[in-house]
Design a protein around this ligand. Sequence first.
Ligand SMILES: [Fe+2]
Length: 382
Amino acid sequence: MNDLSSSPTVATIAGLGDKGLDITLADGATHYFNYYWLRDNCPSSFSAMTRERSFDIFHLETAPRARTAEIDGDALVIDWQDEDHITRMPLSWLNAYAGGQRRPDPADLSRVAWFGDHYPAVPRFSQPDLVSDDATRAKWIEAMLVHGFTIVTDMPDSDAALTQTAELMGFVRPTFFGTYFDVKTHINPTNTAYTAGALELHTDTPAEEFAPGIQFLHCRINTVDGGESLYADGVAVANDFRKRDPEGFRLLSEVPIPFYCEHDTYDARSRQYVIELDQHGEVEGLTISQHMADIFDLDQKLLDDYYPAFCRFGRMLQEEKYMMRFLMKGGECMVFDNHRIVHGRAAYTASSGDRYLRGCYVDRSEMRSTYRALVSEGRFKA
Ligand SMILES: [Fe+2]
């Protein structure tokens, strides 16, 4: 996984320019590198102790320019014109970044879409195993990156167990509902989730500017009649929507719409894309919540097209083909990507038993960070 592992043995300087140099690398192609980039990323610019950049390019008095450049073994050696400094830049670094390539990212995994029959195949991990074994923890996070939905089993029946499990992935992240939330029926509900009624498929708190990433729902007890959990993979639905309705897909992925959440002490608002695309243009996930969609303050003519597309997609989300249904059991924790997996609940009979879920969130960036640290050597550990 180390992006510096390859070490080309063939390279020649093709020319020194005013702002950068051309070098022919082992791939046989000639690549241009900017002098600022070469100077800023000189290996001596980084502190092995802090692992941060210690060189400050803002303090260079003149634009960096090579006086001479040559290949010496596996490095490009630059003697800088207006500075008493020599850079030995590994050719492997040049090879890795030639042509503006992004730094390889072990957390940039291809997603696998799933459908309504997925429940038996949901990746499951025992909580004590996750606590005791980093390799299992890495597999769990990998499953989250690929499938967006996992179940952690054998959860201790305590508040602390949820915190401990979430912290295996990252820091617990509050929302305007607080750090943790309890889902049971409330006398004066401030949210549809706190009633016994059916809960439409949605992603949580879309009104947050950065809606929370990974949701943990720890089922402490579930003995009521009904209350089936409903989950669908937004990637599966949106990928099919892209084929079925390209113009609708374009609108939902290019036009942000407003969401809100308002009560006595908060008034959260944001604008989000219903279909979210990643750096490769692939569907990364969804932000959708019919009960938290604000008044669409968009051009009314645009709404002639947007609303029908929004409704077509919303209905498609409900299709049985995509709907995974099951009854949660006490001692399980559902862990899912709140930017990808829509979730909901069938109605239940509040007087028929107990139903208590406790939840929290961890940001997706924290999850990716933990995963990279578990599976790769980064730039400084080697
Ligand atoms: Fe929810």
